[in-house]
Write a protein that binds this ligand. Structure first.
Ligand code: NAP
Length: 282
């Protein structure tokens, strides 16, 4: 009949803003791979029920997002060293020898734009949620010499600092810490929320450095704009999003899409984001 042979999808709650269905549906078509990608909104506390369904229905691959990234790890046959390092799983895939496996491709995505750079001397993570876990694991893998974490709720920063053996920095002292790399792992600056907010005061960008925003809508946040004006290099969050998704695609299909597909999908995602801004309820 020629219908799809592999069932993949995303679990999380809420899922209405996720771009993963768009990205993977595009990737499956681009590669001519016979898969279908669906959205499964699974409320908090129901990851275990969902995992039973994954095994029963032979679901081939799953993207995992908030609030299930941490719970998923304990429900799998094998968890990769990276996902273990992050304490969070964002991808389920099947392996002939190991069964249902968990990976964290956010670390791969975060590191992708940094590959050709020398590790930061002092990297400060702003935010202490799920994404900050992947960032901290990535910074350690990359070899950043000194790593700090600051969060509005200081208790959460101290917990993650203890878990990852990095320095907890008071939120009020983040500007004085002397970072040469700042990573925004909060939603500040995001469209639909506090778009004109920033996690770092403009006047505190001193010397040179790299500002890396995990937010990708808009592509140029206030944080990146002010960093650029101060002479810092900037990195938006869209490359991370694309790379974490293409790594999921590789785990599910065994295929790598050609290098030139990155600019193609980046352009398509930007168009899709603009469409969603114009037609929010579709
Ligand atoms: P999360 O688990 O909800 O954590 C959000 C963090 O932001 C918390 O530490 C929170 O601090 C902080 N925060 C929220 N509002 C704040 C405010 N008004 N002022 C100061 N801090 C505030 O979210 P997440 O999953 O870590 O995601 C964080 C961001 O990264 C989101 O924008 C998400 O879209 C983005 N992200 C991007 C990618 C990518 O591929 N580019 C991947 C993952 C996530 P409290 O603890 O004090 O509440």
């Amino acid at each position: 009949m020629g219908g799809p042979e592999f069932l993949c999808g995303i679990i999380g709650h809420p899922l209405s803003h996720s771009l993963s269905p768009f990205l993977h549906t595009w990737a499956f078509a681009r590669a001519g791979w016979p898969g279908v990608y669906l959205s499964w909104p699974v409320p908090p506390g129901h990851a275990e029920d969902f995992m039973r369904a994954v095994r029963l229905l032979r679901i081939h691959g799953v993207s995992v997002t908030i609030p299930h990234k941490e719970a998923a790890a304990s429900l799998l046959d094998r968890v990769s060293p990276r996902a273990r390092a992050a304490g969070a799983v964002n991808t389920l895939y099947r392996d002939e020898n190991h069964g249902l496996c968990g990976e964290n491709t956010d670390i791969h995505g975060f590191l992708a734009p940094l590959r050709r750079r020398a590790p930061a001397r002092r990297a400060l993570v702003l935010g202490a949620g799920g994404a900050a876990r992947a960032v901290l694991a990535g910074l350690k893998e990359w070899g950043a010499a000194s790593i700090g974490i600051a969060n509005r709720n200081g208790g959460k920063a101290r917990t993650l600092a203890g878990e990852f053996a990095v320095e907890a920095v008071e939120w009020e002292r983040r500007a004085a810490w002397g970072a040469d790399m700042l990573i925004n792992a909060t939603p500040l600056g995001m469209s639909g929320g506090e778009i004109e907010a920033t996690p770092f005061p403009a006047e505190a960008f001193r010397g040179s450095g790299l500002a890396y925003d995990l937010v990708y809508n808009p592509l140029e946040t206030r944080f990146l704009r002010e960093a650029g004006i101060a002479g810092w290099e900037v990195q938006d969050g869209l490359d991370m999003f694309v790379e974490q998704g293409l790594e999921q695609f590789r785990l599910w299909t065994g295929q790598c899409l050609p290098e030139d597909c990155r600019s193609e999908v980046r352009a398509l995602l930007l168009k899709e984001l603009a469409r969603r801004e114009r037609e929010p309820e579709r």
